[in-house]
Write a protein that binds this ligand. Structure first.
Ligand code: XUL
Ligand code: CO
Length: 437
């Protein structure tokens, strides 16, 4: 096969002094941080959809991307060829993982049977290429939002047939994920929500969503798939409201319907922003519940306000992200998946390399800075001391369940006033973070 990137052999680590735009300045895969290689901490994944199917179109204009290897047809042979190009790219970049939606990798046929056949034909190439390159599948997922049949949602559609069709898609995509040794499977409910409550039975729709996920859990067991299931929160877009709107809403939904033991969360930066949260907030909500699974790494443009899915280059963002990830024990099955796309104006193939190198370097720096902050210990010590009143005396009694309202009243009547004399020191802590950045 003709090389799609003939001028690039592989992206090497050249250190922070390098001026080579096609080299890593900070991501040194084999370097040890907190006892683990950067490769194993970050577990970078390239997304198939934006990187190999993104056209650069937006609501106001047509696609702009130059992808000379792609003949633009919806044929299986074009999809197979594209898959080989994808692996050339991922291998040269040095990312250990990739992720796909079923419909990114293979074209839809004229009916379900033909669609599944197309998928198998491309999955065969994916398997060969995974073997050839050593690149692994972080997670697979289903696109149950693009086709017009999903106009009213997939598992939350008012039409039972659509639920059935989406189930067939998830069944097949899970089986292919399993066949390819995928380490996880993600559910993102793109149209699992509503545009208007006037036509929506929300209770019934949420019950259907839960039913769907229980069926997926049962099928997972039936086929012996051991990968991790993830739910990816997002509040809106394309719907006005999506049921898995943020980490807290997802956790509540999973608990209400007895699904929590089977799922972790895949937290995406730009989705957090759309929900009115920071990434750090979403990671802390997930982490505190023992449900921090994986991240979709990107960033939004605060002035545009929609899901712009840009590559992350902000060192504060990656530092805070990695502080939370390290705090909750690091990635087990998940990783840093670049659910990000090059700008419409960055249409040359080489821009795909620049984008990923930038994102990987930004995360490598975030990791190193977070590790340095943890090693320094002042931040953690400050937080620990801030809660010192809970370690002894009345605080310890409350935590241990050994004080009721009457006891607290007796305590405070004797004391007369509560002690809240310690400063929050936000500015001091912000300065402390800046010492490391
Ligand atoms: C959409 C989004 C999806 C999921 C997978 O905003 O993030 O690409 O990551 O369906
Ligand atoms: Co995503």
């Amino acid at each position: 096969m003709k090389s799609a990137f003939p001028n690039i052999t592989h992206i090497a680590y050249e250190g922070s002094k390098s001026k080579n735009p096609l080299a890593f300045k900070h991501y040194n895969a084999a370097e040890i941080v907190e006892g683990k290689t950067m490769r194993d901490h970050l577990r970078f994944a390239v997304v198939y959809w934006h990187t190999f199917r993104g056209t650069g179109s937006d609501p106001f204009g047509a696609g702009t991307m130059q992808r000379p290897w792609d003949d633009g047809s919806a044929s299986v042979s074009n999809a197979q060829n594209r898959a080989r190009v994808a692996f050339e790219f991922i291998k040269k970049l040095g990312a250990p993982y990739y992720c796909w939606h079923d419909r990114d990798v293979a074209p839809e046929g004229k009916n379900l049977r033909e669609t599944n056949k197309n998928f198998d034909a491309v999955a065969k190439v994916l398997k060969e290429e995974q073997k050839r390159t050593g690149v692994k599948l972080l997670w697979g997922t289903t696109n149950a939002f693009s086709h017009p049949r999903f106009v009213h949602g997939a598992s939350t559609s008012c039409n039972a047939d659509v639920f059935a069709f989406a189930a067939c898609q998830v069944k097949k995509a899970m089986e292919v994920t399993h066949e390819l040794g995928g380490e996880g499977y993600t559910f993102w409910g793109g149209r699992e929500g509503y545009m208007t409550l006037l036509n929506t039975d929300m209770k019934r729709e949420q019950e259907h969503l839960a039913k769907f996920l229980h069926l997926a859990v049962a099928h997972k067991k039936a086929i012996g798939f051991k990968g991790q299931f993830y739910i990816e929160p997002k509040p809106k877009e394309p719907t006005k409201h999506q049921y898995d709107s943020d980490a807290a809403a997802c956790l509540n939904f999973l608990r209400e319907f007895d699904l929590l033991p089977h799922f972790k969360l895949n937290i995406e930066t730009n989705h957090a922003t759309l929900a009115g949260h920071t990434m750090q907030h979403e990671l802390e909500v997930a982490g505190a519940a023992g449900a921090l699974g994986s991240i979709d790494a990107n960033t939004g443009d605060e002035l545009l306000g929609w899901d712009t899915d840009q590559f992350p280059t902000n060192i504060y963002l990656t530092t805070y992200t990695m502080l939370s990830v390290l705090k909750y024990g690091g990635f087990k099955t998940g990783g840093v998946n670049f659910d990000a796309k090059v700008r419409r104006e960055s249409f040359e193939p080489i821009d795909l390399f620049y984008a990923h190198i930038g994102g990987m370097d930004a995360f490598a720096r975030g990791l190193k800075i977070a590790a340095a902050i943890r090693k320094d210990g002042r931040l953690a010590e400050f937080v620990k001391n801030r809660y010192a009143s809970w370690d002894t005396g009345i605080g310890a009694k409350i935590e241990a369940g050994k004080a009721n309202f009457k006891d607290l009243e007796a305590y405070m009547l004797k004391k007369g006033e509560a002690d809240a004399s310690n400063s929050g020191r936000q500015e001091f802590l912000e300065n402390l973070i800046n010492e490391f950045i």
